[in-house]
Ligand binder design. Sequence first.
Ligand code: ZN
Length: 249
Amino acid sequence: MRRLLMCALTLVLAAGVSTLQAGKRLKRVKGPIVVLTFDDATESQRSVVGPLLKKYGFGATFYVCEFPGFEDKTKYMTWEQIRELSDMGFEIGNHSRSHGQMSRMSAEEVEAETAYIEEKCAEYGIPHPVTYAYPGYDNSPEGIAVLQRMGYTLARHGGDKPYMVGSSDKMLMPSYGVVDARFETDDFIRQALDEARDGQIVIFCLHGVPDLAHDFVSTSPENFEKLLKELKARRCKVIAMRDLLKYDL
Ligand SMILES: [Zn+2]
């Protein structure tokens, strides 16, 4: 009997260990969990997106780079403005220095492009980036290996589908691209949010609100608030990519 009890206890302990990582108990993914991400460091992310997210009490990740034309401050944030978003509690993630195609770069170039953003963050007192987003969703196995060597364990991709716990790749986490055209043509937002349930995470990828640098990825402030209202109405837990590190993915 005693042996049987010990055996049961061992089983219980073993089950508990599966959700332990580095001494921390990881949370189960219980929906609806939604991650908001914003790419390319466009100016409206500081002036429009940050304040609106604060109004709703939502978390988010801003994937920053120095896109060609970064010096035009009517279109792109300054590094001081990026720091302000960080100080407001948002995550600053790595989107590479110059937004080039990873699949066309050598391992050394990927490393230099990634390290540049880390150094800029250090220079401006922004926490070291811990998650990554592929510019143009483009990637390569060699580039992904470089990111992993540099300590990145979560990276965002595209694909318009949810992240499935236990089967999706953490270095190629799918996301839904949000742009104005999607609000006109279908019930895209509602359909995507229906996927935010137990064992699944919905990640949205936005750009500027509006995007003065690239019109085709722009989302108007009106459409953006439609999304925020829907997230509130559905009582979604709206978080940053780095918050996913607390979950058993
Ligand atoms: Zn981008």
